[in-house]
Ligand binder design. Structure first.
Ligand code: AMP
Ligand code: GLY
Length: 423
């Protein structure tokens, strides 16, 4: 079959690499793609938000299956448009992608269906939010309601910072219309775990766990980013934690969405915090995590296309999802200055070395071709992933492989997976 992947980051590269192993795939396309994805797919210069062009391309090309990787087009309703044109598509419709698109919606859903999460209030009026803060406990967490590239969350240590935060989100509109509404929630402490899952509207099958590193600097310092590295599995995601989440979070979320008339088909990403009072949901995303996908998909034994089709057809209950009994670590190579300000356009060398090594991957996040050279084209540039028999070995392998590639302004964290030693 002909498959079209929508997106251009490391996640879409990992999806393309996994889909390429399927015997069902005859030809792959990616819109808009990047220099790494081009190894597996023909990249077409259509943006992920150009719904009409994407639909027209899919029809003209006879695409049999579209996989939407990114949040913006999902929340904007790309799946609905493609389906209306008769094209089979993997991903939630607009009315279900709201699980990620509106934090106020997802908090209300969790409250209504008693899914464990931080206590909170939603606000559409900045004055009401400011008044609420007067009696609040600190630290406190402010969240812009809508999509903000993972940056719309402010952790405020005191009243003054929180007042400033409300102004930033609701009055200065730093995150645009994402700040028309906001959530103010209790600050929680604990380890974070990402659990991705396949969902077919009623059945949910979780994938192996992972942990991201969101801050830009070593020791979890600096600004929040899209993610600087991941490891999988998380040693903190014990059988006990998993059992609790199965009983109180996973199926409960899928059932809640169905009960609301918003059946969810696609990937639900559970951002969990393991608190002293048990696991709680920090956030939902309606897609694979990035860079979580870069450590989870390489460990999946199943044919990705078969699983994706089972989600679309509502037959996920018949799928036996299996992961390798090993570990993977991904270290993101970024442009120095990310997530604020950085130069790009530097030539990247050494990429070919990954082809010579089984169990090593170099997923492209922000690259493009300049002539026949691959150059940097974003804040996050590459995700260097390696497997190992255990987490320690995977981490050593991944860090060794970060030396294989060079480019101007190369920056990385040196402590991805440090938590492994504390397990
Ligand atoms: P989110 O985009 O909702 O995942 O938030 C980004 C990051 O902010 C999370 O990964 C957490 O590290 C942190 N965070 C979000 N909500 C809370 C909370 N209620 N308590 C403590 N930290 C939080
Ligand atoms: N790595 C976090 C995310 O994909 O949102």
């Amino acid at each position: 079959m002909k498959v079209l992947i929508v997106g251009s980051g490391g996640r879409e590269h990992a999806i393309a690499a996994s889909a390429a192993k399927s015997s069902k795939v005859e030809k792959m396309y990616c819109a808009p793609g990047n220099a790494g994805i081009a190894e597996y797919a023909e990249c077409v210069p259509i943006g992920a938000m150009e719904f009409e062009k994407l639909t027209a391309f899919a029809k003209e090309t006879g695409i049999d299956l579209v996989i939407v990787g990114m949040d913006d087009p999902l929340v904007g309703g790309l799946v609905d448009e493609l389906e209306a044109a008769g094209i089979r598509t993997f991903g939630p419709r607009k009315n279900a992608a709201i699980l990620e698109g509106s934090k106020a919606f997802s908090k209300d859903l969790m409250k209504k269906y008693r899914i464990p999460t931080a206590a909170y209030e939603n606000f559409t009026d900045p004055n009401a939010a400011l008044a609420y803060l007067e009696t609040a406990k600190f630290p406190i967490v402010l969240k812009a309601d809508g999509l903000a590239l993972g940056k719309g969350v402010l952790i405020c240590q005191n009243l003054e910072e929180a007042r400033e935060g409300v102004r930033t989100i609701m009055l200065d509109k730093k995150f645009g219309s994402a700040g028309n509404e906001m959530v103010i929630e209790e600050f929680m402490t604990g380890r974070e775990v990402s659990v991705l899952s396949f969902v077919d509207g009623k059945t949910i099958k979780t994938m192996t766990s992972a942990q991201d590193h969101k801050r830009a600097g070593d020791g979890d310092t600096g600004l929040n980013t899209g993610g600087m590295g991941t490891f999988s599995p998380s040693p903190f995601y014990t059988e006990e934690v998993e059992k609790f989440c199965e009983e109180h979070i996973y199926q409960a979320t899928v059932d809640a969405m169905a009960a609301e008339g918003r059946p969810f088909k696609g990937v639900i990403f559970f951002g969990l915090m393991l608190t002293e009072d048990g696991p709680k949901v920090l956030e939902y995303n309606a897609r694979f995590g990035d860079p979580e996908a870069q450590v989870v998909l390489p460990r999946m034994k199943n044919d990705l296309i078969e699983v994706v089709e089972a989600c679309i057809d509502g037959t996920l209950d018949q799928v036996d999802l299996q992961f390798e009994d090993n570990a993977a670590v991904c270290v993101v190579l970024a442009s120095d200055g990310y997530p604020v300000d950085y130069d790009k356009g530097f030539a990247i060398s050494g990429l070919e070395r990954f082809r010579e090594h089984e169990g090593y991957y170099c997923f492209h996040a922000g690259t493009k071709f300049q002539g026949d050279k691959v150059v940097t084209n974003g804040g996050r540039v590459l995700g260097v992933t390696a497997k190992g028999r255990n987490l320690q070995e995977a981490r050593a392998n991944a860090y060794a492989a970060t030396d294989w590639v060079e480019f101007g302004n190369k920056y990385m964290r040196h402590d991805i997976g440090k938590a492994i030693d504390e397990a």
